[in-house]
Design a protein around this ligand. Structure first.
Ligand SMILES: NCc1[nH]cc(CCC(=O)O)c1CC(=O)O
Length: 304
């Protein structure tokens, strides 16, 4: 019997690419399944004249998709994991996390080859508090200017000369076929990636066992360990996009190394720590790292 599965998605080129990627994967797995996209705009897409932290943070890119699932208009929602708040609302759960793309930040410029190549007092565009605090640590002279909008909008503003360079995620550029715009892949030493950066997740209605079974083949185990550790740390720190928090996990031979960072844009203070352990303890390690950061003053740093 032909079944139809409906994917709730935002309408940005990146969101559509990610939703179509899941659609293609599912159609290949299940030839009798029809997979359709239910496109919608979210508040986070609509309010572009204010820095994201001032309008309520990342949940603004998610809420409408969850409402469509609750109303029975869609069966799953595809998100960039870095846009998913650490608390999943009651009635929903993360059903699958797919294989992580390049997780690092990218320096994008038409005139300069790297952050180090930028002249004194160069103008750099980003709205991420995480990127700002780490950029200022390596180049305190830079003029960081607010930059919002989808990837193409941000590139257009760069190309129109508003900035000497901008910071984006490698993953978004790669997925949109814009890898050639990456002038420098910024190392995690210079800019620790955002929690979940580079990973795509599928949100479902809680206990929707039929859908869970359907999407199970899309799960990437290593990525799930990495994102679980990063998100557990963020949850313990109660981090949103209002504060500069970064977390990045790597897995090697069933050992997970989790690095976490908190900072303060006003004071420039950065606190960075690391834990390691067995992948089976991913979430426990995330909490352990958060507790270590808290014991070293993370909450006061985040308050400023
Ligand atoms: N809301 C911004 C956002 N959310 C996810 C990505 C990139 C894709 C990813 O990290 O998976 C981006 C763009 C960026 O940070 O440059």
């Amino acid at each position: 019997m032909n079944k139809t599965l409906r994917i709730a998605t935002r309408q940005s080129p990146l969101a559509l690419w990610q939703a179509e990627y899941v659609q293609t994967r599912l159609e290949k797995l299940y030839p009798n399944l029809t997979v359709v996209l239910v496109e919608m705009s979210t508040k986070g897409d609509q309010i572009l004249n204010s820095p994201l932290p001032k309008i309520g943070g990342k949940g603004l890119f998610i809420k409408e998709l969850e409402v469509s699932m609750m109303k029975g208009m869609a069966d799953i929602a595809v998100h960039s994991m870095k846009d998913v708040p650490y608390e999943i609302p009651q009635g929903f759960e993360l059903g699958a996390i797919l294989k992580r793309e390049n997780p690092f930040d990218a320096f994008v410029s038409n005139d300069f080859s790297s952050i180090d190549d930028l002249p004194q007092n160069a103008k750099v565009g980003t709205c991420s508090m995480r990127r700002i605090v780490q950029l200022k640590a390596i180049r305190p002279d830079l003029k960081i200017l607010d930059l919002r909008g989808n990837i193409n909008t941000r590139l257009k503003k760069l190309d129109e000369g508003e900035f000497d360079g901008i910071i984006l995620a490698c993953a978004g550029l790669i997925r949109l076929g814009l890898e050639d715009r990456i002038k420098q892949q910024i190392s995690d030493q210079q800019s620790l990636p955002a929690i979940g950066q580079g990973a795509v997740g599928i949100e479902i209605r809680e206990n929707d066992t039929g859908i869970l079974k359907l999407i199970k083949p899309l799960i990437d185990v290593e990525t799930t360990y990495r994102i679980s550790a990063e998100r557990a740390m963020n949850a313990r720190l109660e981090g949103g996009c209002l504060v500069p928090i970064a977390g990045f996990a790597l897995v090697n031979n069933e050992q997970i190394t989790l690095t976490g960072l908190v900072g303060n844009v006003d004071t420039g203070v950065i606190l960075k720590e690391q834990v390691l352990g067995h992948v089976s303890q991913a979430e426990t390690l995330g909490v352990e790292l958060a507790n270590k950061l808290i014991s070293l003053g993370a909450k006061d740093i985040l308050k400023g």
